[in-house]
Ligand binder design. Structure first.
Ligand SMILES: Cc1cc2nc3c(=O)[nH]c(=O)nc-3n(C[C@H](O)[C@H](O)[C@H](O)COP(=O)(O)OP(=O)(O)OC[C@H]3O[C@@H](n4cnc5c(N)ncnc54)[C@H](O)[C@@H]3O)c2cc1C
Ligand code: FES
Length: 333
């Protein structure tokens, strides 16, 4: 049995088989929906059913409360259609088709003791389309993959910039720091992910990065500048020490040159002479914005930071769950 699923307000439609979850069916048909665990635990895919009948499936009680159910909510990753459905999901978008391409290493620049900025040149005959904030998967010779956020805006054609932090004993980052040379050829697949600015909204934006989580934030800011989008942007960049803020002059220049952009670096292990903010980066946001009910938050980098930000900003600062967007730099098991 097959059912038609309609996502509102964008009227995006897809077909779900009776025996596949609403999330699996959407992803299979190139529709991007926010999700995380795919297992009924993280509640990232929570969505309201407007019309039709669905089976909510098996989920963790903390991810979908009785109150949620009374409001008609379900988890897309565990729910099955039992009729044609209309769902409310403002974050649904059609995916840009994946491409598998070669790229040539154009430059390797050491930006901090453990961060290299890698510039890749794309084949002249290919056009690679992506949304600012998305990532690519580098394909290793044995088929393993490593994900890296694209740090430049799509308006800059023909090149991809990646910010790569060295992981001790790491396979791919070891290669980048030790043996990779200009003109080496890599293969990658992309674009991937749903971490990009929702441009239909005009809410003020809080961008939270930890470490190389600054990469997609840089892409998003450069894209807004290229498109003359002047929504208020607050960039919080958390690192351990000053040396870890590997491109400090760039966000400082955005702050100085654009009235709608502010940059707030936050160090968790600052030297005595640091005059700026200290502590955990998401807690700096919470101190500055006790009420985030009218904001959107985009968080990227360390999985523990992303997880704490999601939980604490929603629970303590009134951020709507649907206004939190994130990419956690989880690593391969
Ligand atoms: C969506 C996404 C986007 C990402 N974007 C970026 C990016 O822009 N920049 C970036 O630097 N990284 C990014 N990452 C992380 C990246 O994909 C790799 O996981 C990381 O670079 C390690 O790869 P490796 O091959 O060197 O290490 P591996 O060989 O995979 O790991 C070696 C060992 O280190 C452990 N390990 C791996 N990573 C970490 C870590 N971060 N902290 C602690 N232990 C670790 C592993 O468990 C393993 O034991 C992203 C991850 C995801 C999922
Ligand atoms: S993706 Fe985690 S609950 Fe659905």
């Amino acid at each position: 049995m097959r059912y038609q699923i309609t996502l509102q307000p964008g009227a995006i439609q897809y077909i779900a088989e009776a025996d596949e979850t609403l999330l699996d069916a959407a992803l299979r048909q190139g529709i991007q929906l926010p999700h995380g665990c795919k297992n009924g635990a993280c509640c990232a895919c929570k969505t309201r059913l407007l019309h039709g009948e669905a089976d909510r499936g098996v989920y963790q009680p903390h991810a979908l409360s009785r109150y949620d159910i009374e409001e008609g909510k379900l988890l897309l990753c565990t729910a099955y259609a039992k009729s044609d459905l209309t769902l409310e999901n403002r974050q649904a978008t059609r995916e840009i088709p994946l491409k598998l391409l070669p790229a040539r290493v154009e430059a390797l620049r050491r930006a901090a003791p453990d961060v290299i900025i890698l510039s890749l040149r794309l084949p002249a005959s290919e056009r690679f389309t992506f949304r600012a904030g998305q990532y690519i998967d580098i394909l290793l010779p044995d088929g393993q993959r490593r994900s890296y956020s694209i740090a430049n805006a799509p308006e800059e054609e023909g090149t991809l910039e990646l910010h790569i932090r060295r992981v001790p004993g790491g396979r791919f980052t070891g290669q980048v720091f030790e043996t990779m040379k200009v003109k080496d050829i890599l293969r990658f697949e992309g674009p991937q992910g749903d971490f990009f600015l929702r441009e239909e909204s005009d809410k003020p934006v809080i961008l939270i990065a930890s470490g190389t989580g600054f990469a997609p934030i840089k892409a998003i800011v450069e894209h807004t500048l290229a498109q003359h989008i002047v929504r208020p942007l607050r960039i919080y960049w958390g690192c351990r020490a000053r040396a870890d803020l590997y491109l400090p002059d760039l966000p400082a220049a955005w702050d100085a040159e654009h009235a709608h952009i502010r940059f707030i670096p936050v160090l968790s292990a600052a030297d005595a002479d640091w005059r700026g903010r200290t502590g955990f980066v998401h807690q700096a946001v919470m101190a500055d914005y006790p009420d985030l009910s009218q904001h959107e938050v985009y968080a990227c980098g360390n999985p523990a930071m992303v997880d704490s930000a999601r939980k604490e900003l929603v629970a303590q600062c009134h951020l709507p769950e649907t206004a939190f967007f994130a990419d956690a730099f989880t690593f391969n098991a």
